[in-house]
Design a protein around this ligand. Structure first.
Ligand SMILES: Nc1ncnc2c1ncn2[C@@H]1O[C@H](COP(=O)(O)OP(=O)(O)OP(=O)(O)O)[C@@H](O)[C@H]1O
Ligand SMILES: [Mg+2]
Length: 154
């Protein structure tokens, strides 16, 4: 991504999401309490899909951080859960969207410990590490969409 103009330009980090997707459910993320609903939804869908406990917990933890960012930094938005299949592999994909201010400097936001506010600056980097795929589309004034995918362990 080096050489990309920074300010005012949409940035993208991560590979393209896999092809086939079937939407399941979603939640609105307007206030802090909705983060709890997002956690519960992800846990339930992961259990239903047969994920092992460790993988469930990783995905729920990532969802919690990303949902919190949507509420706190994005001014609210939503999370949608989709079942995905890629080359015979099954996975769950979580899409967090908001029409908030966007992230002007993605590299900075993805620096462990950096926060524009009073946070610990661990949410984005932590969730990125927990999932199999992490895709961030954002830009100043363009809202933010974070898409994460977790494959079912065989
Ligand atoms: N949805 C979003 N909209 C706008 N800015 C965002 C969004 N998500 C993250 N950011 C920006 O990226 C920075 C880093 O996010 P990250 O989740 O890593 O840390 P934090 O939310 O500040 O603190 P923590 O999550 O550790 O409590 C945020 O401080 C914020 O500036
Ligand atoms: Mg955060």
């Amino acid at each position: 991504m080096r050489g990309c103009p920074r300010s005012g330009t949409a940035r993208r980090v991560g590979p393209a999401p896999p092809e086939r997707a079937a939407p399941t459910e979603g939640v609105e993320l307007a206030r802090e309490h909705d983060v709890v609903a997002a956690r519960h939804l992800v846990r339930r869908v992961a259990v239903e899909a047969g994920y092992d406990l460790v993988t469930q917990t990783k995905l729920v933890t990532a969802a919690s951080e990303l949902a919190r960012n949507t509420v706190i930094h994005g001014g609210g938005g939503r999370m949608d859960v989709e079942r995905v299949e890629d080359d015979g592999r099954r996975g769950l994909r979580l899409v967090f969207t908001d029409d908030g201010p966007g992230i002007p400097d993605v590299d900075l936001a993805l620096t462990e410990g950096w926060s524009s506010g009073r946070g610990l600056g661990l949410g984005l980097t932590g969730s990125r590490r927990l999932v199999d795929r992490f895709d961030l589309r954002t830009g100043a004034g363009q809202g933010t969409t974070v898409t994460v995918t977790m494959w079912q362990r065989r």
